[in-house]
Ligand binder design. Structure first.
Ligand code: GDP
Ligand code: MN
Length: 404
């Protein structure tokens, strides 16, 4: 689960990670109030207004309606409401949102931390994630902060510092010092970075996160180290242990069909293709998607209805697939193991009858216990549903359906 920057910064702060302070707002008026509060608390007289969407690249991104960037600087208090207005309610398009962009419902009004001083502020990159190949967490750091890290990794792999953490003993002090040293820091900034990395790692473990990306981490002109941006991804499977974090979920940022599928306990992922599919078991679902591709179609979704598929889950799956306007055919591929194929066939027929006007052909492939009986029920139902027993047969029927 992704959370917003302002939520991520609160989480980091609660673990002692220094952050660029900010106050969230949802209107030009509350933005002004937020700026006044920041001025009183931090003394800042410049304000950074940041669109809160679940995507990066906001600084260079543009709001379609107004042309404003997704991150802007206001050098006067009076400029805050106007600049906030140019972002709020607009559609922000960044390299990560796709051309359709994302609607901005909230902004973060933050203190300016790039103020002048005895040295230039400098941006770094820090992330923590699971290295699956090594079976442990890895801290990645770079002096090339504020930039597209994928590009740095490709062109200058030597500029990416990696430190692997042994899960049995956790992050050791020398490891945090090693990263800070390799980043070229010294004096107070070095100490601050060690503290920053240590607190960040504690936050990562404590929140059962699956990815932290802080880009940029800033060394201010007075040698403080703080998080200017924060991308936090939490492990869905551990959210039951963090009720407070689970509540940070923003459904407006998620695909509406995926949200609806979640309510029916369906594992659904929306894709761009033209063949909807409904399968029991994730492995079979992936194999089915391959088969759709081989037959000349493109999967419109991934949908695993789970081991105990029945008429209710099949109907819920149908309804979700049918809401996708790109779907030209639906393929149901179910293995009757625990559930018998004749019962699934009855479920499909029932679900079909309960939904009016299904506009697309449906191909049902049932295999396993009572497969023949299942196929018979489908074929004799008189509905626009055709049955297939083998994968090859199913593929041919899908091909015929999308090319007709
Ligand atoms: P992203 O573009 O979505 O990754 O958003 P970031 O939070 O990383 O912000 C984008 C850029 O805004 C940063 O790289 C900075 O250059 C700039 N920025 C952020 N905070 C401040 C600030 O306090 N003062 C100034 N002058 N610029 C800032
Ligand atoms: Mn960033």
């Amino acid at each position: 689960m992704n959370i917003h920057e302002y939520q991520a910064k609160e989480l980091l702060k609660s673990y002692g990670v220094r952050i660029q302070e900010g106050v969230v707002a949802d209107s030009p008026e509350t933005a002004l109030k937020a700026a006044k509060k920041l001025n009183a608390e931090t003394g800042t007289s410049w304000y950074v207004i940041k669109a809160q969407i679940h995507a990066g690249g906001r600084g260079k991104g543009k709001v379609k309606e107004t042309g404003s960037n997704g991150v802007v600087l206001a050098k006067k208090l009076e400029e805050v409401p106007e600049k906030a207005k140019n972002i709020l309610g607009g559609t922000l398009v960044t390299i990560q949102t796709g051309a359709e962009g994302k609607k901005v419902n909230k902004i973060l009004v933050a203190e300016d931390v790039y103020y002048p001083g005895h040295s230039e502020p400098k941006e770094y990159y820090l992330s923590i994630l699971l290295d699956r190949a090594k079976g442990c967490n890895v801290i990645m750091a770079s002096t090339e902060g504020g930039m597209d890290i994928e590009e740095v990794a490709e062109k200058h792999p030597e500029k990416i510092i990696k430190e692997w953490v042994d899960p049995k003993v956790g992050l050791q002090g020398f490891q945090a010092r090693k990263v800070a040293f390799k980043l070229g820091l010294e004096g107070n900034a070095f100490k601050e970075m060690v503290k920053f990395i240590t607190a960040l790692y504690n936050a990562y473990i404590g929140s059962d996160a699956s990815q932290f990306e802080i880009n940029p981490v800033l060394k201010t002109s007075d040698d403080k180290i703080l998080a200017v941006d924060a991308k936090v991804n939490l492990d869905d499977n551990a959210l039951f242990r963090h009720q407070d974090l689970a509540e940070l979920r923003d459904l407006a940022e998620e695909d509406p069909l995926e949200v609806e599928a979640g309510k029916s306990d369906l594992n659904y992922v929306k894709l761009d293709g033209n063949v909807g599919c409904m399968v029991n078991g994730a492995g079979l679902a992936m194999a089915t998607m391959d088969m759709i591709k081989l037959s000349g179609g493109e999967p419109a979704n991934f949908l695993d209805v789970g081991g105990g598929a029945n008429a209710v889950t099949v109907e819920a799956g149908f309804r979700i697939i049918l809401q996708d306007p790109n779907v030209k055919a639906i393929l149901i591929n179910v293995f009757g193991g625990i559930v018998r194929c004749d019962r699934i066939a009855n479920g499909v027929v029932e679900a079909y009858k309960s939904i009016e006007n299904i506009p697309v052909p449906i191909i049902v492939r049932l295999q396993g216990t009572n497969a023949e009986e299942g196929a018979k029920i489908i074929d004799e139902s008189g509905l626009k549903v055709s049955s297939a027993i083998t994968l090859k047969e199913a593929a041919e029927k899908v091909r015929a359906a999308i090319t007709s």
